[in-house]
Design a protein around this ligand. Structure first.
Ligand code: HEM
Ligand SMILES: *[C@@H]1O[C@H](CO)[C@@H](O)[C@H](O)[C@H]1NC(C)=O
Ligand SMILES: *[C@@H]1O[C@H](CO)[C@@H](O)[C@H](O)[C@H]1NC(C)=O
Ligand SMILES: *[C@@H]1O[C@H](CO)[C@@H](O)[C@H](O)[C@H]1NC(C)=O
Ligand SMILES: *[C@@H]1O[C@H](CO)[C@@H](O)[C@H](O)[C@H]1NC(C)=O
Length: 317
């Protein structure tokens, strides 16, 4: 080989290495390696939601909790073992995060057609998108190429996932720590247009807060007593709990937010005008939500040769 050609080869190998330890997510990542991926995810999500509509909400929340802890790296999917502490028993997840069996079912189908190719982190990102779409929400193209973490952090899950008792300033700074703005906070909170929450997490709000519709408080108290019934469920969106629409914002304007962390978005603060605007403009909400989900999905992914493609979403290889 001529010296110049050698140099070119060496340089392109170098740039290839540089590219792929720190690669970007791309829309067509599995186009040749697993062309059936998106259909497989969609089919499993369709039957899971047909069985139980709430599962779409549960998987959307799993994705949020994955991305807020060391990025969207599938870390939330890892089980605790005798020698490994994962995130499933962190306070925001314990007895609350659900949908893991559906991710397992998707992974099994994907492995059957594309062995050792697709990360659990990408499967979760696609499943979350499909859950939203199948419940009547928007769709978006999910950038792909995430790899799976070989570690997890229960401490980070405890400290970096927002609590339903948080004020607006805390929520804003926790989102800011992930590169998300206050407007991103408000639009992503619109995910609470689907799914359910437990009495223990909204009891103080319905018994002690003043910026709440009194009839709504009375209604919620019927299934959330002052003591006992901690795990009794109530819909996060009182109007249409299994449809992905802008009614969450109508709830907030009517002082019917279920959690303290919901109502702070409409409580004479900086987010009031955006909440009002989403409450009357469904198309703007759905568009902005899709864009913000793509932004969420890009939080510190592992790419290239970092991390691994897990064989089983619950265990590191
Ligand atoms: C802004 C800060 C947020 C707080 C404080 C928060 C808090 C909560 C809490 C406490 C629950 C109920 C858990 C339970 O009762 O077991 C919940 C449910 C849910 N959250 Fe959030 N959340 C936030 C943002 C988000 C975001 C950004 C998303 C997704 C983009 C999301 C999606 C969901 C969904 C879909 C559910 C229903 C899950 C189900 O029914 O299984 N949340 N959230
Ligand atoms: C169907 O939903 C129920 C909860 O409503 C769940 O316990 C069960 O595992 C689901 N079955 C399948 C096949 O997904
Ligand atoms: C899947 O790939 C792994 C290695 O990548 C190999 O050991 C295993 O036999 C393969 N399984 C099937 C069913 O092809
Ligand atoms: C309401 O507030 C009072 C006074 O701070 C407190 O003692 C009580 O436990 C609160 N009740 C609920 C249901 O949070
Ligand atoms: C917000 O402002 C309105 C109108 O000025 C007032 O009636 C309401 O009490 C205020 N709410 C809070 C929580 O300060």
């Amino acid at each position: 080989m001529a010296p110049f050609t050698k140099l070119c080869v060496a340089l392109s190998i170098l740039s290839l290495l540089a590219c792929c330890t720190n690669a970007q997510l791309v829309n067509n990542f599995y186009a040749t390696t697993c062309p059936s991926l998106e259909t497989t995810v969609r089919n499993t999500m369709t039957s899971a939601i047909k069985n139980e509509s709430r599962i779409g909400a549960s998987i959307l929340r799993l994705f949020f909790h994955d991305c807020f802890v060391n990025g969207c790296d599938g870390s939330i999917l890892l089980d605790d073992t005798a020698t490994f502490t994962g995130e499933k028993n962190a306070a925001p997840n314990r007895n609350s995060a659900r949908g893991f069996e559906v991710i397992d079912a998707i992974k099994t189908s994907v492995e059957a057609s594309c062995n050792a190719t697709v990360s659990c982190a990408d499967i979760l990102a696609l499943a979350a998108r499909d859950g939203v779409f199948l419940l009547g929400g928007p769709s978006w193209i999910v950038p792909l190429g995430r790899r799976d973490a070989r570690t997890a952090s229960q401490t980070a899950a405890n400290n970096q996932i927002p609590s339903p008792f948080s004020d607006l300033s805390t929520l804003t700074s926790m989102f800011s720590a992930k590169g998300l703005t206050a407007n991103d906070l408000t639009v992503l909170s619109g995910a609470h247009t689907i799914g359910q929450g437990e009495c223990r997490l909204f009891r103080t709000r319905i018994y002690n807060e003043t910026n709440i519709d009194p009839n709504f408080a009375t209604l919620r108290k019927t299934t959330c007593p002052l003591s006992g019934g901690d795990t009794n469920l109530a819909p996060l969106d009182t109007l249409t709990p299994t449809t992905f629409d802008n009614n969450y914002y109508k709830d907030l304007v009517a002082k019917k937010g279920l959690f303290h962390s919901d109502q702070v978005l409409f409580n004479n603060g900086s987010q009031d005008s955006l909440v009002t605007s989403y409450s009357t403009n469904s198309a703007t909400f759905l568009n902005d939500f899709a864009a913000a989900m793509i932004k969420l999905s890009r939080i510190s992914p592992l790419t290239g040769t970092n991390g691994e493609i897990r064989k089983n979403c619950r265990l590191v290889n």
